[in-house]
Write a protein that binds this ligand. Structure first.
Ligand code: NAP
Length: 274
């Protein structure tokens, strides 16, 4: 019986790929006393449900839909979690809640040698993933603009980042305005293109696609999205979101265990599971 336990809470949570990713890393590192499992906790009993892993000696948990925002009132959110407006990782030893999406995303960009500081980066979307992207890119020194179907939501994102993290200078644009803004990076943080709608792209067809840029698509199912195909067809480079998924998990793994996990293995098991 493993004595060091971690896991993910969500509702539903059965679809989560985190257990296979973390348990594969424990096995590869011969960390036999560690185990990661999935716990289904309905939203109306979140506070009570949190007591279960805490009282049973869990070291920490990941948090997924629909608890990422609600859990903020029961833990101590750090600056990243407050800026992003969501907690996805908790360390019960300190009761600190953090968010590993922004760092996972930036680490994956760096792993692909994408330049960030001083570059113009266009973020598509204004949900939780977009908040993490804008926060990470702005902190890494990029000039960021946002395009979202619902413009008021993008404006609210900009206001929130300014108030919670002092991040300024982020513009809200229409896609037509953004088309000739001169960005070197587009990050898709919308769910457009996600399986099964694999032929949909957030870049509407009647606008010229910028040539020779990099697209990072947070969507990882399918591995090659319509937006990524558009980018490559225009001489650009396209990166899918699987690396971010592995790296945001790896940051939590290291936080709980003090050990850096094998990223390549985590990515490989995710790929196989998808
Ligand atoms: P979310 O909060 O629900 O936000 C969804 C975003 O997509 C909103 O900006 C929404 O625009 C936009 N959108 C949805 N349907 C659209 C459509 N038909 N046309 C134009 N825009 C549309 O979701 P999220 O948590 O930010 O996640 C967004 C995507 O990122 C998902 O596919 C998720 O799987 C992925 N993701 C990946 C990773 C990773 O590790 N790779 C991590 C986090 C998220 P409105 O505001 O107008 O509704």
């Amino acid at each position: 019986m493993p004595s060091k336990r971690v896991g993910v809470i969500g509702f539903p949570v059965e679809h989560s790929l985190s257990p296979i990713m973390h348990n594969a890393a424990f096995e590869a590192l011969n960390m036999r006393d560690w185990h990661y499992d999935a716990m289904s906790i309905p939203p109306d009993i979140l506070r009570l449900g949190l007591r279960e892993p805490r009282d049973h000696g869990y070291i920490g948990i990941n948090v997924t839909v629909p608890h990422k925002e609600a859990i903020m009132q029961y833990v101590r959110p750090d600056e990243k979690a407050r800026a992003i407006g969501a907690v996805n990782t908790v360390d019960f030893r300190s009761n600190i809640g953090t968010n590993t999406d922004a760092d996972g995303f930036i680490k994956d960009l760096r792993a692909h040698d994408v330049h960030i500081a001083g570059e113009r980066a266009l973020v598509l979307g204004a949900g939780g993933a977009a908040r993490a992207a804008v926060y990470g890119l702005a902190r890494a020194g990029a000039k960021v603009a946002i395009v979202n179907r619902t413009e008021s939501r993008a404006e609210a994102l900009v206001r929130h980042l300014r108030a919670s993290a002092g991040i300024g200078g982020v513009d809200v644009k229409t896609l037509a305005e953004a088309a000739d803004w001169g960005m070197s990076l587009i990050v898709n943080c919308t769910s457009v293109g996600l399986h099964p709608h694999i032929d949909q792209s957030p870049w509407i067809q009647d606008l010229p696609f910028p040539a020779g840029i990099t697209v990072y698509d947070m969507v990882y199912r399918p591995a090659n999205t319509a937006l990524m195909r558009q980018c490559v067809a225009h001489g650009g480079r396209a990166i899918g979101g699987l690396g971010m998924l592995a790296r945001q998990g790896a940051i939590a793994f290291e936080l709980w265990t003090g050990v850096a996990p094998p990223i390549d293995l985590m990515q490989r098991v995710l790929q196989e599971a998808l």
